[in-house]
Design a protein around this ligand. Structure first.
Ligand SMILES: Cc1ncc(C[n+]2csc(CCO)c2C)c(N)n1
Length: 230
């Protein structure tokens, strides 16, 4: 897919290029192929929902860290707006899906995180605890940007919105509201990267690539319904 979001020469374009192939592998993963076709086993989707719910609790904290590390009120406000959107809009849809499947809120919230969920969330929180705001922005960006890409691709795929079960999921991630939040994150990433020396930029790129790999692993984990070996 052509990247129409970033400007030529912008640092985010370098980030996009660094992870393009990883994202394409995610698009081809059976979890997403089957979700798009409407044939995904609901048990795998339920597994994903539960893991994603506990993932999002830590992910929302990343934006709280963003607020703490922000240097101006506008950025601070935007990070808290995003945190609010995760806790209410996105996790709200998860709660709605859970209700449809007869899963209670408590069950959702008490999900035991899988090894991959732990790897992803603890990696993120480590960046948040020790990194700069630019590092935080790089670590959270693949999550938002890659889902937007998936949402937009799937919403345009013939028949994908005809499947009652996965339609709402696709609609949420292809929505203008999520698109604007993603664009804001890309914009702040470019601003924060401006003027940084190459070793810093390389470190930021490593976070972006790592988060992209963990996104791929998250799909794979859900498809395998990963369990703890002992
Ligand atoms: C593993 C995982 N990665 C990305 C997302 C998508 N996502 C999480 S927060 C957010 C922004 C606004 O709520 C978006 C797009 C997800 N749900 N789970």
């Amino acid at each position: 897919m052509m990247n129409t979001t970033t400007q030529a020469g912008a640092f985010s374009e370098r980030l996009y290029q660094s992870s393009k192939e990883i994202w394409e592998q995610s698009h081809r993963h059976p979890f997403l192929e089957e979700l798009k076709a409407g044939t995904l086993d609901p048990a795998k989707f339920i597994y994903y929902l539960k893991q994603d719910y506990v993932y999002l609790i830590d992910y929302a904290k990343m934006f709280a860290y963003g607020s703490i590390k922000a240097n101006d009120l506008l950025t601070m406000g935007k990070f808290s707006e995003l945190s609010h959107s995760i806790l209410n809009v996105e996790m709200g849809l998860h709660r709605l899906y859970a209700e449809r499947f007869g899963i209670t809120r408590e069950e959702l919230e008490n999900t035991e995180p899988s090894p991959t969920t732990i790897a992803y969330t603890k990696y993120l929180l480590d960046v948040a605890a020790h990194g700069t705001l630019a590092e935080v922005a790089a670590a959270i960006l693949p999550c938002m940007w890659s889902y937007r890409e998936i949402g937009v691709l799937f919403a345009a795929a013939p028949g994908a919105l005809d499947h009652a079960l996965y339609r709402d999921w696709i609609l949420m991630y292809s929505s203008d509201e999520f698109g604007e939040l993603t664009d804001w994150c890309i914009g702040i990433m470019d601003q924060l990267a401006e003027g940084l020396p190459e070793p810093e930029l390389a470190k930021i790129e490593r976070h972006f690539v790592m988060a992209s790999k963990l996104e791929y692993m998250f799909w794979d984990m859900a498809y395998r319904e990963e369990a703890w070996p002992v």
